[in-house]
Design a protein around this ligand. Structure first.
Ligand code: 6PG
Length: 230
C-alpha cells in the first residue's frame, strides 16, 4: 500500500516522521522484541536524526533497536561522505544503542567483499531474507533511491539483498540494498523535502516515463509512505 503524508514545512515533516518512528519502534518491540531500522544517507534525514537524538532520545528503548543502512558510499567510516558517520555524529553517539547492534556497511573494504559480508550479517540477524521493520529512503534529483541509480547494474539484481554498485555519475563505488530487500520491508518511509524535488516527485507519483529507479520501489506486505514537504 502506497500512502502520501504531505506537510507544509520540513519542520512539520520532521516532527511527524520522528513521532511515527517512535510509534513503529514501540509496536515492533512489543510484537517481536526488537526494532530493525535501516537508515538512509544524504542531507534530508539530518533534522530527523537530530530530533530523535534530542526530543525523542528517551522515547525509544534503544537497547532493543538494531540499526542498518540502506546504502553506503565506499569510503572509510571517518569520511565526511560516510552515511555511517552522518548517523553516528547526529544520532547514534547520543542514544543508548548497544554498539553491537549498529550494523555498519564496511565502506572501507573491497566493495564486492563488503556487500557479501553485509549479506551474511543480514542472514545472521534475520535468519534468512531480511524483513526490516522500517527502511528510510530518500530521493535524488535523478530519481535514484538508496544507491539504485539510473543505468546502474544494481537495478537488475534479484538474487542478492545488498550489492556493490559502481555509480559513473558520482565516479564512485557504492553499497546498496537491492529491490527485493525493499519489497520485503514491513514499512518504507521515503523522506523528500525541498521545492526542487517536487517536479521529480510528481513524475514519480504519476508513474511517468521514463521510469526513475525510485518508481520501482514497493512494499509487498506493508506500507510504502511518501513523507514529503516542498
Ligand atoms: C545517499 C542516499 C541517497 C539520498 C538521496 C537524496 O547515500 O546519498 O542514500 O539515496 O537519499 O541522494 O539525498 P538528499 O537527502 O541529500 O537530497
Amino acid at each position: 500500500m502506497s500512502v502520501e503524508h504531505r506537510f507544509e514545512s520540513v519542520a512539520a515533516l520532521t516532527e511527524a516522521a520522528a513521532r511515527h518512528i517512535v510509534a513503529l519502534a514501540r509496536a515492533s518491540i512489543a510484537a517481536r522484541g526488537r526494532f530493525t531500522l535501516a537508515l538512509s544517507g544524504g542531507s534530508t534525514p539530518k533534522p530527523l536524526f537530530r530530533l530523535l537524538a534530542t526530543e525523542y532520545a528517551h522515547s525509544i528503548n534503544w537497547a532493543a533497536v538494531h540499526v542498518f543502512w540502506s546504502d553506503e558510499r565506499c569510503v572509510p567510516p571517518t569520511s565526511a561522505d560516510s552515511n555511517y558517520k552522518l548517523a553516528h555524529d547526529l544520532l547514534l553517539a547520543h542514544v543508548a544503542l548497544p554498539p553491537e547492534q549498529i550494523h555498519r556497511l564496511s565502506g572501507e573494504d573491497d566493495p564486492t567483499q563488503a556487500a557479501e559480508d553485509y549479506g551474511q550479517v543480514l542472514r545472521m540477524i534475520f535468519g534468512g531474507p531480511p524483513r526490516f521493520d522500517l527502511i528510510l529512503l530518500g530521493m535524488g534529483d535523478d530519481g535514484h533511491t538508496a544507491s539504485l541509480f539510473p543505468g546502474t547494474s544494481a537495478l537488475t539484481v534479484a538474487d542478492r539483498w545488498v550489492v556493490a554498485n559502481y555509480v559513473e555519475k558520482a565516479s564512485m563505488w557504492r553499497l546498496t540494498f537491492t529491490y527485493p530487500t525493499l519489497y520485503a520491508a514491513r514499512e518504507i518511509m521515503v523522506l523528500i523535502a525541498g521545492a526542487d524535488k517536487q517536479p521529480i516527485y510528481d513524475h514519480v507519483r504519476t508513474d511517468a516515463q521514463p521510469p526513475y529507479p525510485i518508481q520501482q520501489v514497493r512494499v509487498d506486505d506493508g506500507e510504502l509512505g511518501w513523507w514529503v514537504a516542498f
